[in-house]
Design a protein around this ligand. Structure first.
Ligand SMILES: Cc1cc2nc3c(=O)[nH]c(=O)nc-3n(C[C@H](O)[C@H](O)[C@H](O)COP(=O)(O)OP(=O)(O)OC[C@H]3O[C@@H](n4cnc5c(N)ncnc54)[C@H](O)[C@@H]3O)c2cc1C
Length: 303
């Protein structure tokens, strides 16, 4: 954490289309930064962690602020969609209660009003809350540049703390979610010091699909925040639950495996040991809550 100073000097560009943003990025490679809601970037600039020569404002890009149902039952979310819009979208609430609930627990109302889903992913803070929830939902992310566009699983998007596959001339344009399977739901459980205004110390997302009889886990996805340099799938924990009935013993075993898979570090926020304890208990809570929600009849189950 550094002192907050006045903003450094920069030139502000306000393109009105995705094509114009890509042109601007290509014109100033490595010298420009995209500004979405600014809730991360402005603080980084005021702490002098970054001092870009050009700021490319995305606020005018209404073509990237949308939540659109797809014919295949999935949903596409534009990168400039705010956390508040996601939290209050009836379509997201109906199909992806996990994402709706995760959004509702982020920051404060003021932060949620400005912060965007694209900025949350592209900023790649290890403590960001959307990545684990979206990874367990099987999200894909689309990038555009003057060279064209590419679509990749969100799981392959993160390379390290604040590092992603987004190159200097790439723009994140949308996030695609597959159709939710019946008998599935999820929970994101996080620990943070002060409610609302503090970043997540550790977070766990679990998304489960039950068998027809609602007795066993048919499929399980578990992803952790602030537990490794990037958002982490706990694949051994998932495998231990697949095909199993819901028992406290099975949940305990999965949580222990998630701890073995995690690589948390000590920081001023929490020691490595505390984070491991949190991963264990939050994983258990996330699995239990996901199981209960998936088991509930559709009307009573969501959000
Ligand atoms: C008080 C406070 C509380 C917070 N609480 C939470 C919380 O509970 N959970 C949480 O997850 N986060 C939290 N945050 C962090 C922040 O609000 C989120 O990460 C937010 O979603 C970032 O989005 P933004 O639109 O503000 O991004 P910006 O700050 O505008 O951008 C962030 C980074 O992403 C890049 N970028 C933005 N959009 C794109 C794009 N379309 N394509 C490519 N690159 C892009 C920018 O260049 C920049 O590097 C909090 C922040 C504050 C200040």
């Amino acid at each position: 954490m550094g002192y907050l100073r006045r903003l450094p000097r920069f030139e502000y560009l306000a393109p009105r289309s995705v094509v114009a943003v890509c042109d601007a990025l290509a014109e100033y490679p490595g010298e420009a930064r995209l500004l979405a809601g600014g809730t991360d970037l402005i603080l980084q600039m005021r702490r002098r962690e970054v001092a870009p020569r050009y700021i490319i404002g995305l606020k005018g890009l209404s073509e990237l602020a949308f939540i659109r149902p797809q014919e295949n039952g999935g949903v596409t979310i534009g990168a400039m969609t705010t956390v508040r819009t996601i939290e209050s979208s009836p379509l997201i609430r109906e199909r992806y209660g996990l994402l709706c609930r995760t959004a509702a627990e982020m920051g404060s109302p003021e932060i949620r009003q400005s912060a965007t889903i694209g900025g949350n992913l592209a900023g790649a803070l290890p403590c960001a809350d959307f990545p684990p929830a979206l990874i367990t939902l099987g999200a894909q992310v689309k990038l555009k540049s003057q060279q064209g566009e590419r679509l990749l699983p969100l799981e392959e998007f993160f390379l390290g703390p604040e590092q992603t596959v987004v190159g200097p001339s790439d723009l994140v344009t949308e996030i695609q979610l597959p159709a939710p399977s019946p008998l599935s739901d999820g929970a994101y459980v996080k620990f943070h010091d002060r409610h609302a205004m503090d970043m997540t110390t550790t977070g766990v997302s679990a998304f489960v699909t039950l068998d027809q009889e609602r007795r066993r886990f048919c499929d399980v996805k578990i992803a952790l925040a602030s537990s490794a340099p990037t958002p982490l799938r706990a694949k051994n924990a998932e495998a231990a639950l697949r095909g199993q009935a819901f028992t406290e013993k099975a949940v305990e075993k999965a949580a222990a495996l998630a701890c073995q898979e995690a690589q948390p570090r000590s920081s001023w926020r929490a020691s490595r040991d505390l984070r491991l304890e949190l991963i264990k208990s939050l994983t258990k809570r996330a699995i239990r809550q996901a199981w209960e929600k998936a088991k509930a009849p559709p009307d009573g189950g969501r959000p």
